[in-house]
Structures are given as structure tokens and as C-alpha cells.
Design a protein around this ligand. Sequence first.
Ligand SMILES: [Zn+2]
Length: 173
Amino acid sequence: MTTLLTDDAVRRSMINCSKGDAKRMTVADAVVGTDLETVEFAGWTDPRMPQRAYLVTLHEGAVTGVLLRPAAGGGARRTAMCALCRTTHTDGEVTLVTAARAGSAGREGNSVGTYVCTDLACPATTRLERKPSASVTPDLGLPVEERVAGLRVRVDGFLAAVRGSEDAARTPA
Ligand SMILES: [Zn+2]
């Protein structure tokens, strides 16, 4: 089974922004054609609006996307860990992002925050598909399939919090 992302599918998947925002977003070329059955999510920063980033995943069987707003000032200035893939970066390349909650909660100003790898490449980093560097240390205490499973669970938890499902209050941001 494959779930290949198209430009249109990405725009339609957005759950926490207006239709206008979804229309204006830039869907990166690298994202189109991504198979969400093989990676936990596709994530990218909008090349035309660097204060916006996106995360699109298969959540409860449906392609689901969220608009993320990186905190002003970009990455942390010290060693920090990505809350999704648990990779430690010593170069500040972890960013606090906030996502407006879906629906009325979001319109009332409620949001969910999390720390993520600034490049949003958690699936590749978790699988050690990128060249390791001195400043990027994936959680090597676990075998790769457990790291991938953990990433999946934490991405789902984040999406559930944005969607505001019953468990949201108990999901640490
Ligand atoms: Zn990460």
C-alpha cells in the first residue's frame, strides 16, 4: 500500500489553518510523491514564508497536515533534543514550534508546542540515512525499528493534541 502525496492532497489535509493559508502555502517539490507508508511524516519550511513550516502525516488512516509556527529567533542556542525523534543537537538546530489547535479551540488562540529538529528531517535522521555529524546524535540506545516506532507514536500524539481529541489534555506538548 502506498499513500503518495500530491500538491492538492497536502493542501486539503491541513487541519489547523484557513483555506487561504492552505492555498498560499508552498508545497516543496521534494514533498510531492512522498509515500507516507514509508516515512512517519513529511516536514518542510515554507521557502517563501520562513515563519511557517508544515508537517504532513498519516494520522488515523487519513493524510493530515498541520501548520507550524517556529518561535522567533529560530533554534535553541544550546544543546537540545527533538521531542519527536529524540535526536540531540548541540548546534542549536532544534526549534520550538507552535501549532494552533484545530477548529474553535485554535480560533480562540489555543495552541500546542513542541521542540523539533529544525530541518524536520526526523524520519531520515532516525534511520541514520543522513551522514552523522558531530553535532547531531540520534537516540542510539534503541534499535532503528524501535526508534522509528517511537517516532510514529510521538507524531501521532502531537497530531492528536492539535486535533484536540479526548487524550489531548494528557498528551505532553
Ligand atoms: Zn527530530
